[in-house]
Design a protein around this ligand. Structure first.
Ligand SMILES: [Zn+2]
Length: 124
């Protein structure tokens, strides 16, 4: 096979190697792969951060620590920075409405303006 001039994906230096080679050496390959992994970690970290903030916002909107549900203006969630696209899971309640949960706290859309905040009873 003919060695062709290629550009290393990690250090951007020109090297000569087989057509399928992407890096000038193992060091560059490892560096590149570690970098990819850390991007993945950042992505996971950012989402975890959103989920935890959502959970904190939901818990702050329950009037008492032992409350399990409370109605609330949807705008209130928005103004506190609630990220509606992030939740850990969904569950249908007895009436067939979908509750979006962030861990043990969740919300249920009642109308365009109002939501119901709920807390799952946990055994801990
Ligand atoms: Zn390199």
């Amino acid at each position: 096979m003919i060695a062709e001039a290629k550009i290393c994906l990690s250090c951007n230096h020109v090297f000569h190697g087989r057509a399928d080679k992407k890096f000038c050496n193992d060091y560059c390959r490892n560096t590149h792969n570690n970098h990819l992994n850390s991007d993945g970690n950042n992505y996971v970290r950012n989402i975890n951060h959103c989920l935890r903030r959502n959970r904190r916002i939901l818990s702050s909107l329950l009037p008492m620590p032992h409350s399990t549900m409370a109605k609330c203006a949807k705008q209130k969630l928005h103004s506190k920075g609630f990220a509606f696209s992030y939740f850990t899971h969904t569950q249908k309640n007895k009436k067939g409405h979908t509750v979006h949960y962030c861990y043990e706290y969740g919300y249920l859309v009642l109308t365009d303006e109002r939501v119901m905040i709920v807390r799952k009873k946990t055994n801990t």
